[in-house]
Every structure is written in structure tokens, then in C-alpha cells.
Design a protein around this ligand. Structure first.
Ligand code: TYM
Length: 332
């Protein structure tokens, strides 16, 4: 079975709709016919401001959300990044084969460091993509299901794998990005020209899966659209409407053209109200499911312990091969 790997950061109390439609939804489908590894990158989470008191809780909560959204610990391997020292070890090695200029060109680093201010941005934020490359290459993943915003990091990962293989002989599988057409970039409801983002969106622009469904409905009702009346998919000229249609289509499994036909002659208000209903129906059962899982932290920890054991087998094998290729003296 081909192998798949992906991760989602524990940097908020809830995943948002973009995380789900751009990434986690694909993870759930892929666990059926892939050897699937999904993890919570807590090492990545400390590259920006964080509160130690909430990090552990958010990490457990992320695992609970993944299971509530459909990951099955019997069908896939779920783990926490910091439980596997191999990630940090391979990240260091990859840093030594990454150009300074190459790392400086990562747009996510440029955005995040600009937001924090050059003096406050950490070196960890700068080398973040090497840690992500390590996450992927350790597992010899064929596919990496992510949203559009991770494409450049995937490209770097592929370059690093190819470079390493060329220099030291076949070591890493070169992974393919698995980016869903359509929902790979869910936009902010208040500013549909930018992506929905945990770190950058205002509260009105982001839909958190675990927030009060009434508030979610309200956010859709006040989503920014345009001054026309026509419900038509045109991301360039009508980004707000296009975003609503994208979300609607993904959650209802209906084609955008069908929705356009359905809403011919109807107003934005109808579209927003119906979409709010669809989203609320989806999120409604989630909170209870997550709460149920959080009520039994020992069980979650058992899932993670099993996950770490399985992940460690694969990661350990790759890291041993890397050590050998590089010429590190074996430990006797
Ligand atoms: P993170 O935690 O920011 O986001 C998790 C996933 O959600 C996707 N995503 C979106 N998709 C569509 N529309 C949006 N508005 C949207 N916002 C976020 C992201 O593309 C991602 O797939 N660096 C990664 C975490 C990571 C990782 C890895 C991923 C660390 N190591 C190894 C894959 C493989 C990140 O920060 O994702």
C-alpha cells in the first residue's frame, strides 16, 4: 500500500474549516487504501509565540478532533511529533544541505517573520521547512495531502530529497503533493482575497469547527460578497461568492455548476442561509464527539503511545540509513 503522511499544528483551540476541507477530509479518505501516518507537529508550534500551559491541552485536543473528524486509530497511525526524536535529528541534517538563500525564499517564513518583526522572528521559524521536510522524508511517503499554502514547502522537500539522493545514493522517496482541486484554499469570510488563517484572520473571517454553531451561522450570513446579484463561480471577480460556492460544494458533495443552476434567480441571502445550515449540520455533532474523547485522556494517550511505537519503527529505519550514507560512525 502506498504511504501517506501529513500533519496539523496545535496552534489554536479548534481547527478551522480550511484545515478540514483543504487537508483533514482527504486524510480520512486516504486512510482506507494507504499506509497512513498523521501527526500533530508540536515542535513546529513553538516557532511562534505560545503558552506552555495550553500547548499540551491543544495537542491532545488536536488528536481528539482528528478522531472526531473520522481518523480511525485502527486504520492509520496517529502520533505527536515531539515523541519521536528522529524528526529533530533529521531536521538538523537537512539544514546542513539547505541553502541560506533557498530557505530565505519561503513565502510562509517571509509572511510570518514580517508579522512578528525581524528581531522577534526566531531561527526556528526560519528552519521550519527543514523540520517539515524531515517529517515527510523519514516516512518515505508517496503522497502528502495538504492545502495550497504548503505547496512551496513540499517543493523544497522534493528538492532536498533529490539532492541528498544524488549526493549519497538512493535514500529518500521523493514525495508527491496531494492537493485537492477546489477546496485547497478556503478564503477568509470577511476578506475573500486572502486565505482563512489561524494566525491572520479576524474572528468574523474564520470558521472554527468547535465554536458555537449559532455564531458560525451568523458568520456566514455576514460573509462579504459583492455588489452584484448573480450567484456565479468567478474567483477572480467574485471571490466572496466563489468561496461560498466552494465550501458548499465540498460539504454537500455537489458540483458547483449544479449549485449555480439551483440558485439562478435567487439572492445572496438565500445562498448564505442554506450554506450556514449545511455547515451547522456538519459541525453540530463534532463538539460532543470531541468532548467525549477529551473526557478519557488516558485512552487518547494510549492511541498516541501505539502511534509513536509504529512511527518510531519506520523513522528509525530511515534515520539509520541516513547516518550510514553520511558517514557517521555507528554506535557499537
Ligand atoms: P497547518 O497546521 O497550518 O494547517 C494544516 C493543514 O490545513 C491546510 N490549510 C488550508 N487548506 C485550505 N484552505 C485554507 N484556508 C487552509 N489553511 C490551512 C494546510 O495547507 C495544511 O495542510 N506546516 C504545516 C504542518 C506540517 C506538515 C508537516 C504538513 C508540519 N509538518 C509534514 C504535512 C507534512 C502547517 O503549518 O499546517
Amino acid at each position: 500500500r502506498p504511504r501517506v503522511l501529513s500533519g496539523i499544528q496545535p496552534t489554536a483551540d479548534s481547527f478551522h474549516l480550511g484545515n478540514y476541507l483543504g487537508a483533514v477530509r482527504q486524510w480520512v479518505a486516504l486512510q482506507e487504501d494507504h499506509d497512513a501516518f498523521y501527526f500533530v507537529p508540536d515542535l513546529h508550534a513553538i516557532t511562534v509565540d505560545h503558552d506552555p500551559k495550553t500547548l499540551a491541552a491543544r495537542t491532545r485536543n488536536a488528536v481528539a478532533q482528528l478522531i472526531a473528524l473520522g481518523l480511525d486509530p485502527e486504520r492509520c497511525t496517529i502520533f505527536v511529533q515531539s515523541h519521536l526524536p528522529q524528526h529533530s535529528e533529521l531536521a538538523w541534517i537537512l539544514q546542513c544541505y539547505t541553502g541560506f538563500g533557498e530557505a530565505s525564499r519561503m513565502t510562509q517564513f517571509k509572511d510570518k517573520s514580517a508579522r512578528q518583526g525581524a528581531d522577534r522572528a526566531s531561527v526556528g521559524l526560519f528552519t521550519y521547512p527543514d523540520l517539515m521536510a524531515a517529517d515527510i522524508l523519514l516516512y518515505q511517503a508517496h503522497r502528502v495531502p495538504v492545502g495550497e499554502d504548503q505547496r512551496q514547502h513540499l517543493e523544497l522537500t522534493r528538492n532536498l530529497a533529490q539532492r541528498f539522493n544524488q549526493r549519497f545514493g538512493q535514500t529518500f522517496r521523493v514525495p508527491e503533493p496531494f492537493i485537492p482541486p477546489g477546496a485547497a484554499k478556503i478564503q477568509d469570510l470577511q476578506d475573500p482575497t486572502v486565505k482563512m488563517s489561524k494566525s491572520a484572520s479576524a474572528p468574523g473571517g474564520i470558521v472554527e469547527l468547535l465554536e458555537d454553531p449559532k455564531r458560525i451561522a451568523k458568520k456566514f450570513r455576514s460573509a462579504v460578497t459583492d455588489n452584484e446579484r448573480e450567484i456565479r463561480y468567478d474567483p477572480e471577480h467574485k471571490p466572496g461568492v466563489a468561496n461560498l460556492l466552494t465550501i458548499y460544494s465540498a460539504l454537500s458533495d455537489r458540483k458547483i455548476t449544479e449549485l449555480e443552476a439551483d440558485y439562478e434567480g435567487k439572492g445572496y441571502g438565500d445562498l448564505k442561509k442554506d450554506l450556514a445550515d449545511v455547515v451547522v449540520a456538519f459541525v453540530e455533532p463534532l463538539r460532543e464527539r470531541v468532548q467525549g474523547l477529551m473526557d478519557d485522556p488516558a485512552e487518547l494517550d494510549r492511541v498516541l503511545a501505539r502511534g509513536a511505537t509504529r512511527a518510531g519503527e519506520v523513522a528509525g529505519e530511515t534515520l539509520a540509513l541516513v547516518h550510514e550514507k553520511i558517514g557517521f560512525l555507528p554506535k557499537s
